[in-house]
Ligand binder design. Structure first.
Ligand code: ATP
Ligand code: MG
Ligand code: MG
Length: 357
């Protein structure tokens, strides 16, 4: 029986654990944030993965990350640093937002000259959900804060049509399998909702798969990876990569016969990977900083994933997967959510309705 250890025990680790059950893969999601003297009973043939790109160094995290079967070991630090991640994209000629490292010599005037009046600085490491970003605005005479030098990159503001992501998997033999593209809505830097699949995005599928294949091959990557993109007309620009299962792939739990968590485990354990069948078009709504509402459970086409975390403003505490068996059921569920959910959900719910109806 295969045993997989996960660095991190947040919701992604929990959903990986859940996905291991039908495959008889024993998954242990490990809390690497709480200090402990514990040592894990790792066996030589066990497999190690991670649900996050970065973790604090401790005896426990070192025990996991130094195991010979820590899959994709070198990839995490390479992608966790936006400087090396963007350098990789450049090296592979994969289109991405124009960027530069912010170092001691960087002048804000040059940034405005090269990129225009709005420039987005992003911390090299540690940012998520739009945290770790700083907009420089020429109109406000925005300057580079001194404590961002050498710790950030600066990017051109992309006036994108929309945001799209591709979730794919690569096996040890180098075969790649992909889900259909996902359309994503971000609000204040955080993913609010996703829709997949969408016929109108089909013509971009090959372009996206070619980009993510090149990246996964170059990294000799094994498992699920997500690629976030901006769509500008018919062209995709990579925004960022995540070497793990990803929030924009959560719809696969309800929409396909094999979700991203199972695909990741299969790849790690060398189990065959079929092309996942899409059973339903699906919408995923992130539950962010809101209390549990048992009415959600009454929706006939909804699956609730509640992470059992303390509710804090801006914190992802769950998600709802709504499948689209037919428009009548779908519409009435969204209409119900419009009356139940707080104001910050009105725009995402309207966005969903506009896309699907
Ligand atoms: P995540 O939670 O996805 O890891 P993050 O904090 O790592 O988020 P990004 O994905 O780089 O940050 O950016 C968050 C959001 O900010 C993007 O989804 C997009 O909406 C917006 N954004 C990022 N880069 C740009 C850009 N160059 N131009 C315009 N908007 C941008
Ligand atoms: Mg990110
Ligand atoms: Mg992102």
């Amino acid at each position: 029986k295969s045993k997989v250890w996960v660095l991190g025990n947040g919701q992604l680790g929990a959903m990986l654990t859940h996905a291991g059950e039908p495959l008889a893969i024993e998954v242990h999601a490990v809390d690497i944030m709480t200090p402990t003297d514990e040592i894990l009973p790792l066996a030589p043939h066990d497999i190690i993965t991670a649900e996050r790109e970065q973790w604090p160094e401790s005896a426990l995290s070192l025990q996991l990350s130094s195991h010979p079967h820590f899959v994709n070991g070198p990839v995490f630090s390479r992608l966790a640093d936006r400087f090396s991640q963007k350098s990789l994209l450049e090296q592979l000629n994969v289109p991405t937002a124009p960027w530069v490292l912010v170092d001691d010599t960087t002048q804000v005037a040059t940034l405005y000259q090269n990129y225009g009046p709005r420039v987005l600085m992003k911390r090299r490491t540690g940012g998520y959900d739009g945290k770790g970003q700083h907009w420089l605005k020429q109109a406000e005479a925005g300057d580079i804060p001194h404590d961002w030098r050498n710790l950030a990159i600066a990017e051109q503001a992309i006036n994108f049509d929309e945001e799209i992501s591709l979730v794919g998997v690569r096996t040890r033999a180098g075969e790649c399998v992909f889900y259909p593209l996902t359309l994503n809505l971000h609000q204040d830097g955080i993913l609010m909702a996703s829709i997949a699949p969408l016929t109108r995005l089909n013509h971009l599928q090959t372009q996206a798969e070619t980009m993510l294949s090149a990246i996964m091959h170059e990294l000799d990557y094994v498992g699920v990876m997500a690629m976030e993109c901006f769509r500008v007309g018919d062209k995709l620009l990579v925004n960022e990569l995540a070497p793990r299962v990803h929030n924009s792939g959560h719809w696969t739990q309800a929409g396909t016969h094999m979700d991203q968590f199972q695909l990741h485990l299969r790849a790690l354990c060398g189990v065959t990977i079929p092309q996942p069948q899409v059973n339903f078009q699906c919408v995923m709504v992130n539950l962010i900083g809101i209390e549990h509402d048992s009415r959600w459970l009454s929706l006939p086409n909804a699956e609730l994933y509640w992470y059992n975390k303390e509710v804090r403003p801006g914190r992802k505490v769950g998600h709802l997967n709504l499948s689209v068996p037919n428009m009548a059921v779908f519409k009435s569920s969204i209409t119900a959510l419009q009356t139940w959910m707080p104001v910050q959900y009105q725009a995402p719910l309207a966005w969903i309705l506009a896309e699907l109806t």
